[in-house]
Design a protein around this ligand. Sequence first.
Ligand code: AMP
Length: 219
Amino acid sequence: MFFILLGAPGAGKGTQADIIVKEMSLPHVASGDLFRHALKNGTDLGKQAESYMKAGKLVPDEITIKMILERIAKDDCENGCVFDGFPRTLEQAKALDVALEKQGKSIESAIYIEVPESVLLDRLTGRWVCRTCQSPFHQKNQPPKKPGVCDKCEGELYQRADDKEETIKERLKVYFAQTMPLLDYYDKKGRLFRCNGNQHIGEVGKDIVKFLKGLKQKK
Ligand code: AMP
């Protein structure tokens, strides 16, 4: 089963991805994490993506699609995965459909976490992420038990370079222009599940788990 998490930066995709990963026993494929990993390791992919990421712009489709298709060709994605941050353009969504179709597979659901724009900026400026396991925290809404330390793995928490107000505004602009059309794309295929992301993290998670349990019962 292949799931997609849709939502603006700051909607809570990473947090909810963890819940789906556990519920469905599937790997988490986060395009942003893959790019940051490549950047940290100084690979060609990292060098290609760097300037776009710093500016809050999308890495070109050709580079992104190649990276994701290579990732899902690995054995752990044989039975599916949870995409987080991919696809972000219609071109990427279509390329993913074509690649899956060739293997007789398809997207099970696109889960859209809906959050008002005014809330997103606050969430992103207060976000801290674990350097080791990438778990997200928020200085007000979801503080770690020990300041600066990840609750899950005790890794160091840091603020992403692109979580600066100016870059956040650009990322949101890009999201509304390029990623929003995907809602319509998956809705027309009857694959879109909308959930209210403007409630407590646990409540969003409960809505998603309820939806997933319903899906499992139908299978
Ligand atoms: P994220 O961690 O998902 O917010 O992604 C961080 C940055 O990585 C984005 O602002 C983009 O520069 C790049 N990126 C991540 N996913 C994609 C994608 N699907 N298409 C293009 N660029 C991406």
